[in-house]
Write a protein that binds this ligand. Sequence first.
Ligand SMILES: [Zn+2]
Length: 344
Amino acid sequence: MPVVWSDRHRLHDPGGEVWVGVRIPGTEVPDRAEAIREALAAAGARFVDAAPQPADVVHAVHDRALTDYLASAWGSWEAAGLTAEPGQDRVVPYVFAHPELGRKLAVPAAASARAGYFTYDTMTLVGPGTWAAARAAIDVAVTAAELVRAGAPAAYACCRPPGHHATRSAFGGSCYLNNTAAAAARLRTMGEIAVIDIDAHHGNGTQAIFYEAADVRVGSVHIDPGAGWFPHFVGFASETGHGANRNLPLAPGTGDDGWLQAIDELAHWARPARALVVALGVDAAADDPESPLMVTPAGYRAAGRRLGSLRLPTVIVQEGGYDLDTIGGLVREFLTGIEEGGFG
Ligand SMILES: [Zn+2]
């Protein structure tokens, strides 16, 4: 299947993450996408350059206030002198727009405070190339959707930064713009769409964006936030929207059998849809530092086979996966599984 790509992902170097107030090395690094590209190239994949997409594909899933902020965040930070004093080389929030502050909150005038209006964590830093890379990731996802709309049975969007934690008006969880949601929105002309998110973490952004929608069903299998995992506040089985939202949280250490059973359940549930978007995180794998789900490469291949056997026009969008030694092989296993399931 075609692999859609953009070199512009390299423009985003998160420069670390601030976790419990401490700057630690980031895991969402450019080498992730390069490792995937290398593994797929070695397997003979056909690469397609992302085509620039108009702004309305972004605004189908995001408020203009968020995109205006992200486009200007780095410039304002630099212009305010924050890179020199106190010497912070990334945009980092220090106050947050908690709903208890009031019914209508102002967008802060100070560049140092503005990030806290638009993000919900301190892990998702903005640097000089962040906006350009996030915007290019949307181009990758929507180009893959266009290939499928034009008749390709399946297409893989090899994008970063990831997107499934970004909501309509807020970014976080290493995500800025929601690539999966933009692909799903683009496919909507085909009829009802199913999104199946198999990243190790709940796809809270995609859930929030389509929570009220009747024509986009969103299912997510992930590590149970109730067991102490990101995104902590949401991702529980009780969140069903108007019946088109489905969460299957799993216990730490679940492994292939329980994980595949949950994917079977979501696949069955997605059957009435006319097209499928898979949010492909490979951070559920046993070697990944970001989750304890303990899925094997054979498990990823089996998951691909199950979703491929739905024989729905399918866009696969890259989300998480942080072990640089195994990320490429895991993606290759999943895509091979999709082809074995019925699509190539
Ligand atoms: Zn994840």
